[in-house]
Ligand binder design. Structure first.
Ligand SMILES: N[C@@H](CCC(=O)N[C@@H](CS)C(=O)NCC(=O)O)C(=O)O
Length: 209
């Protein structure tokens, strides 16, 4: 049985849970909770699994370790039956990759930087270096990212055209993280909240927290 090291309720682990839910495969994996708020992800044992010191991490039955949500979810997409999450044509696959990267670069990463640098983050024991000014700057970048995805979603039903994909899950996780830091979607954005309501109706999303 494959294992997922994670912390339930955090946005990046949620990406993996939603992907598994879309494939109806949640019950086929073992979730191992890593106590991130108390720094278990910084221990030598966990760093041996993922030198980046972040969750989630996938461990296969033969001991192979795969970190990074994009890699873990690509693996899930390939090994479980069900609708494709990463695209079936070369163009769909490339676009899904591109939009997932934007979901990370425009939203998840700036929100994370804001959380770690301009708020108490994971607390004084774990946040050993904070640069408040830089963190505040990332907040603005995250809001720009929300505006970008609002524009994208005003033109198409999903982040990559007309089909639900892994890119939707990545952007949704960005909004979950934004909630966590009380970063609101600008009022003038209409398409992004409408898409979010649609996402929340998916059983995979409703059951990820
Ligand atoms: N790029 C990584 C990001 C993972 C990540 O940042 N995970 C967070 C939880 S949502 C974490 O473990 N944070 C711990 C820390 O920053 O110390 C991925 O895609 O898996």
């Amino acid at each position: 049985m494959m294992k997922i090291y994670e912390y339930k309720g955090f946005p990046n682990p949620a990406r993996v849970r939603i992907a598994l839910g879309e494939k109806n495969a949640t019950d086929t994996v073992q979730f191992v909770s890593v106590d991130v708020p108390n720094g278990e992800h910084r221990t030598p044992e966990f760093l041996a699994k993922n030198p980046s010191g972040v969750v989630p991490v996938l461990e296969l039955a033969d001991g192979t370790l795969i970190a990074e949500c994009t890699a873990i979810t690509e693996y899930i997409d390939q090994v479980f039956a069900g609708p494709s999450l990463c695209g079936t044509t070369p163009v769909q696959r490339a676009k899904t990759h591109m939009m997932q990267r934007r979901g990370e670069a425009y939203l998840l990463e700036p929100v994370s930087a804001y959380f770690h640098h301009a708020t108490p983050g994971l607390g004084p024991k774990l946040e050993t270096y904070q640069n408040r000014e830089w963190g505040e700057k990332q907040r603005g970048r995250a809001v720009d990212g929300m505006r970008y995805f609002d524009q994208v979603l005003s033109e198409h039903a999903y982040v990559v055209g007309d089909e639900f994909s892994m890119a939707d899950i990545t952007v949704f996780a960005g909004l979950l993280f934004s909630d966590f830091v009380n970063l609101e979607v600008p009022r003038e954005c209409r398409a992004l909240p409408a898409w979010r309501r649609k996402m929340e109706q998916r059983p995979s999303v409703a059951g990820c927290g």
